[in-house]
Structure formats: structure tokens, C-alpha cells
Design a protein around this ligand. Structure first.
Ligand code: SAH
Length: 263
């Protein structure tokens, strides 16, 4: 059934927690929204901080997907701008497509505004780079199997065999599986690991640095059981390395589009 929709549903990335990390475009949409459906306490503040008076604001925490899409469709029929606020970036672990399909079926226009993923906020918190010349040039966003099964070929042991940076979402309570995956791929017991809890949240962010051998106990001791990014990477701690291969981009012997080599 096609609705009488006249509004657009905007899926807006709310960023990792700090409301200042909502994009300018996202904030402008919130400021002119007639209705905002936000995903739990994570993005509550952004929703309420900039929403105009009279904006209908609802938390999707206790809604099913069907209730959420019905809410979005009903409000798109009544307002120009409907915002669905999602944590981090909507393209990562956010049920984006499950919500877009019923909107498409109802003829409601949809658009997406990207957000700062918690993976990027975690790197920023710890002053780490996911890529370094001659160390790794690849980053994998993944998780370990919880209630959502991992597709064939994507178990952590297979992915970790590439020796790239691994940003492991949704897995802080499954660190035993993270450890066994890395061990199965041959990572050393002293391989550096990083856990960032509530990256970017003012006053609440916590950074735990350890190794494959120690990280689980350190997180347990710190009481970190939710909202945490687990990062394993051969680049971790590079800030302290005495020898760093230089990026070719800044190498004086390397000519690129914007600069002539000086030697
Ligand atoms: N779309 C989101 C991810 C949603 S899945 C994004 O792009 O960030 C939820 C998982 O994201 C959590 O289990 C945790 O692993 C991670 N996460 C979300 N917010 C976080 C934060 N502020 N700090 C660290 N990890 C966070």
C-alpha cells in the first residue's frame, strides 16, 4: 500500500556519543525535523538538544522493526522532515536496510547522512592510526559471533590471518572468542590490543591498553562490559616507535600531483 507521504525520512548518523560529533548536515536536519526517532540513550542528547519546539521525539528502544517503520511512515505523511537518528554511522550494524525496505514499499523517500563511527572515535581517543606505511594498509570492521551468526569465511581467525587492523564491534562481552580467534591466526601473546569504552563521551571515555594475553582481565578489572570497541592492530602504540617508515606522500623524493620532488 502506498502512503500519502510528502516528507523524507533521513537516516542520520549521530556519531559515537559526543553531541558535538554530529555532522553539521545532521544537526541542521534535526533542527528542522517534525519527528525524530532515536535509537536508545546513545543518541538521546543530540535529539533533544537541537530539535525544534513541537517536534515529536520517540525512543525506538522498545519498538519492533515493524513498529519503527510504521512510525516513520506515519510521520512522513505529516511532516516534511523525519529523522531517524542512529549511533555512529548508519551503514555499520544499524538495521538500515531492514528499515529502508518498508519505506521503499510505502513510497516514502529516504536519504542517509553519514556519521562518525565509534571505530574512528576510538582511534581518535587513543591517538592511533589504523594504517601505517609498510605495517598495514587495511582495516577490517567486524564482530565475533553472538546471537547474529557470522557468515562463512568471516570468523575472526580467518580475518586475523591477514594481520591488518581489526576493529571489533559488539564483542566486549565475548573477549574469550576474540582471544581464541587471534590465537588461532597466530597472533603473539604480546600483540598490542586496545579497548575504548564510550569513545568521545565527555568525562566517560575510558582507554584500556593491553596485550592479547592481558586485555580480557584488564577489561574485567575495569568493569567494562558494554559500549566498547576492541581493536587489535600491528599499528597500536606507534606513537612511541623510534623508527617509522615514512608515508610516501610526505617523502621529499616522491613527486605527486600537488608537489614536485625536491631531490
Ligand atoms: N553504527 C555504530 C555501531 C553500532 S553497533 C558505529 O558506527 O559506531 C554498537 C557497537 O558499536 C557497540 O557494541 C560498540 O562495539 C560500538 N560502540 C558504539 N558506540 C561506542 C563508543 N562511544 N565507544 C566505543 N564503542 C562504541
Amino acid at each position: 500500500m502506498r502512503s500519502m507521504a510528502n516528507g523524507t525520512v533521513w537516516f542520520v548518523g549521530a556519531g559515537p556519543g559526543d553531541p558535538d560529533l554530529v555532522t553539521v548536515k545532521g544537526r541542521d536536519l534535526i533542527a528542522r525535523a517534525g519527528a525524530i526517532l532515536f535509537a536508545g540513550s546513545l543518541v538521546n542528547e543530540a535529539a533533544t538538544r537541537w530539535a525544534p519546539p513541537g517536534c515529536l521525539i520517540a525512543d525506538s528502544k522498545d519498538m519492533t522493526l515493524e513498529q519503527m517503520s510504521a512510525w516513520l511512515i506515519a510521520n512522513a505523511a505529516r511532516c516534511d522532515t523525519v529523522v531517524r537518528l542512529q549511533t555512529g554511522d548508519p551503514a555499520l550494524y544499524g538495521a538500515l536496510i531492514e528499515l529502508v525496505q518498508p519505506l521503499d514499499a510505502a513510497g516514502v523517500p529516504v536519504a542517509v547522512v553519514p556519521g562518525v563511527s565509534s571505530a574512528m572515535a576510538s582511534a581518535a581517543a587513543a591517538v592511533e592510526s589504523f594504517t601505517l606505511p609498510e605495517v598495514t594498509q587495511t582495516t577490517i570492521f567486524t564482530r565475533v559471533e553472538g546471537r547474529t551468526p557470522m557468515p562463512d569465511g568471516e570468523d575472526l581467525a580467518a580475518l586475523a590471518a591477514h594481520r591488518t587492523t581489526l576493529c571489533i564491534f559488539l564483542s566486549i562481552t565475548l573477549l574469550h572468542k576474540v582471544e581464541s580467534g587471534l590465537r588461532a591466526a597466530g597472533w603473539a601473546e604480546d600483540a598490542p590490543m586496545l579497548v575504548v569504552h564510550k569513545a568521545s563521551w565527555p568525562g566517560e571515555e575510558r582507554i584500556v591498553r593491553g596485550t592479547l594475553a592481558t586485555i580480557k582481565q584488564q577489561c574485567r578489572d575495569a568493569g567494562i562490559v558494554s559500549q566498547a570497541m576492541v581493536i587489535a592492530s600491528p599499528t597500536l602504540g606507534a606513537r612511541q616507535w623510534p623508527e617509522l617508515a615514512r608515508s610516501k606522500l610526505y617523502d621529499p623524493n616522491f613527486t605527486h600531483r600537488f608537489r614536485k620532488a625536491t631531490t
